[in-house]
Design a binder for this molecule. Structure first.
Ligand code: GLN
Length: 194
């Protein structure tokens, strides 16, 4: 039995919680430092607004403990703004956040109208709906980063060790493939530690 923490400061955390409910996976919402007293086996960082989320992470003293946990190997899944928070570099900016995922992103840059759209794409051999909302464009990948999905020749989902990231919003469509993949990562990691 695993428990997944969902960062719940801002953005689409309720939708991730609903997907986990649908998959029968228990979860806790992380809103303040004392929420980290409960043990978690994995972490979801939702989409939303990365700048606002980063500000709250620092104000609530959640930033350092979460960064340490991710660096120590806590399986972590960042979607959209969550991917931006994990990225090592943000193009055109001196500031990046957790810097644990070895890639560069350009904010608000992915998509035909640079806005929002839905498309179909393959994720790890499943054809799924992908919803993009002012999504980040991944502009470079480090050597240890594996691409799990490509749309219009651009990488839209990646994995590096225990980190999973995607520039779309899998919590907003019916397909559960990406969440299932993450749950497998969390379970495999837990098994290895026990
Ligand atoms: N544009 C947002 C940002 O830069 C991300 C959008 C999203 O999460 N849907 O943080």
């Amino acid at each position: 039995m695993i428990t997944v923490g969902i960062l719940a400061l801002q953005g689409a955390f309720v939708e991730h919680a609903r997907v986990l409910d649908g998959l029968g996976v228990s979860h806790v919402l992380i809103r303040q430092k004392k929420d980290l007293d409960k043990p978690i086996d994995g972490l979801i960082i939702p989409g939303g607004e990365s700048t606002a989320m980063a500000k709250l992470l620092h104000e609530l003293a959640l930033f350092s403990p979460l960064k340490k946990a991710i660096e120590a190997g806590l399986p972590t899944f960042g979607t959209c703004a969550g991917l931006i928070l994990l990225a090592k570099e943000l193009e055109g900016s001196d500031v990046a956040h957790f810097k644990t995922l070895d890639l560069t992103v350009r904010r608000n840059a992915y998509g035909r109208q640079l806005a929002s759209f839905m498309t179909k794409g393959s994720f790890n051999e499943d054809l799924i709906d992908m919803i993009f909302i002012r999504a980040p464009l991944i502009t470079s990948l480090g050597p240890d980063v594996t691409t799990l999905a490509i749309v219009d020749k651009e990488t839209v989902a990646v994995r590096q060790g225990n980190q999973l990231g995607c520039s779309f919003h899998p919590e907003l469509s019916e397909d559960k493939a990406v969440h299932r993949y993450f749950i497998d990562m969390v379970e495999a990691h837990k098994k290895k530690r026990n």
